[in-house]
Design a protein around this ligand. Sequence first.
Ligand SMILES: NC(=O)c1ccc[n+]([C@@H]2O[C@H](COP(=O)([O-])OP(=O)(O)OC[C@H]3O[C@@H](n4cnc5c(N)ncnc54)[C@H](OP(=O)(O)O)[C@@H]3O)[C@@H](O)[C@H]2O)c1
Length: 265
Amino acid sequence: MDLALKGRIAFVTGASRGIGRAIALALAAEGVHLGLFGRDTTRCDKLAADVLKQYPDLRVCVVPLDLESGTAAIKPAIREAVKQLGGVDILVNCAGGAYRGRLEQIPDDAWERYFAVKPLGLIRMTREALPHLKKSKQGRVINISGTRGREPGGPSVMSGPINLGTLSITKALANEFGPLGITVNAICPGSTDTGRWTELVNITAKERGVSVEEATKHLVREVPLGRVVVPDDIAGLTVFLASKQAAMITGTAINVDGGRTRGIP
Ligand SMILES: NC(=O)c1ccc[n+]([C@@H]2O[C@H](COP(=O)([O-])OP(=O)(O)OC[C@H]3O[C@@H](n4cnc5c(N)ncnc54)[C@H](OP(=O)(O)O)[C@@H]3O)[C@@H](O)[C@H]2O)c1
């Protein structure tokens, strides 16, 4: 199937590891040039080298960016990536996370720091990328949210509002950007096997007073499909949403959680 992705340009935040890294690799496999944004440039440089080794015809640039630094850092970062790659067709806002803990365990400033990355960081990234996305024939914004935005709970009370904010801005921008021919969608990962999964397993083991193996079994038992989500599961859907086949999909949010979320999505 021709996804019409070859030669397109994607910017990916949170590309240094976990889900963002998998997304960058999956887009590269479809012939997409990459702007990799991250704080950890050593990891991003390694990813760029891995991509170029496999796909030497691609153009890849690494742009250092701490989203907590706000618009003052985001503006020049986008400018630099556009200068190096010539534009952008697909913006994948993946950077983020949530401070793990119940309400009383979360330091006050953590709320502001994490919200500065997601959803605020993705709002600013999208705004600064917009003039360039408008020039694309296949403009796409794909926001990595999380199922806790729909079903708050678990050991991170912060995950709910951060991901709900991401879903809300996704819908609002889909309406706003529709007439520009740009689609805006969200993906809601369930617990996914990145560093965050290891944290979740350890916290669950501690809270339940069980071993890490027991905690893992308990968490996996909650997933109807019987395994933890892996970053490639999210990457596959990202590629589809970026493709021409997804041209009429906008303003939606798709769970990739093995059925773990109990409510109707
Ligand atoms: N894993 C899950 O279970 C899960 C579930 C639901 C939703 N999600 C969402 O999926 C996305 C990716 O998560 P992940 O599991 O891949 O997490 P991860 O392995 O912890 O990676 C987080 C990424 O975000 C980047 N990041 C964090 N703070 C940043 C900042 N201030 N400026 C720039 N980049 C920053 C990190 O860059 P550095 O390397 O520089 O730290 C890293 O690339 C997040 O938005 C997360 O909320 C994940």
